[in-house]
Design a protein around this ligand. Sequence first.
Ligand code: NAP
Length: 248
Amino acid sequence: MAYGESILRSSVVIVTGSSRGIGRAIAVEAARRGARGVVVNYVSQLDAALETARLVERQGSEAVVVRADVSKWDEAVELVEAAVNKWGRVDVVVNNAGILEPKEFAEMEPRDWQRMMEVHFYGALNVSRVALDYMLKQERGVIVNISSVLGLRPEPLASHYSAAKAALIAWTIAVAKELAEKGVRVFAVAPGGVDTDMARVWGDMDWVEEEIPLARLAKPEEVARIVLDAVENPYITGDVLTISGGLL
Ligand code: NAP
């Protein structure tokens, strides 16, 4: 593909966890850049997912809304097949679905760290593995994993989350090397603090001004632009792109 030719134009894009937050911003930006179809995924908030689909359609793209818990293999299969059934291909997968429950390790039970790994790590692998069969046939595809600055600089109260995001980075780098010759790129984006529901689970927001040199959260749209600029840049693979306002 020549430079200047948009990878996103007429593409089919799956964004996990796109009912709100960063995922919604990525879905809408993909549509704005000419995606043909966007799969909007949610697990609990149907109304929010429908609103994302409406925003995607307003940009001139088609949308399908799919409820799927990405941590479950069968549901990941249904999610990817929704794209293939409607548009016959999958060009871009953005593994964005996530949860964050701040807790000290001493207060955790196995379910706490299992769930964190299931959603962030296994969820990304599930959706990627299903989509990869189609991408390999197409000899073309991009997989984006939304990690976190915490995957590079782990913090207290988020040991389970930090570990899951670090695992996602390690997987990204290894798999990118396997797939580079096959036309499939894989990279990670590691945001710092982003202005979504998730940023508010910390309660007290004083950390924003105290710890982020730019003294504000990123807007979801600012993250979406990094994600989609990198999707459109054919030299990005195995890379971990931070967007942290100096937090890292
Ligand atoms: P958010 O506003 O809380 O949205 C989370 C999204 O994930 C929602 O669409 C939610 O669906 C979906 N989701 C949760 N569990 C799911 C599952 N098992 N299967 C499918 N979808 C699921 O979060 P966000 O801030 O936009 O975060 C998006 C990603 O960025 C996450 O991976 C997060 O870890 C990462 N990140 C966020 C920040 C930040 O400061 N916000 C910083 C670094 C990295 P429902 O609406 O249906 O519940």
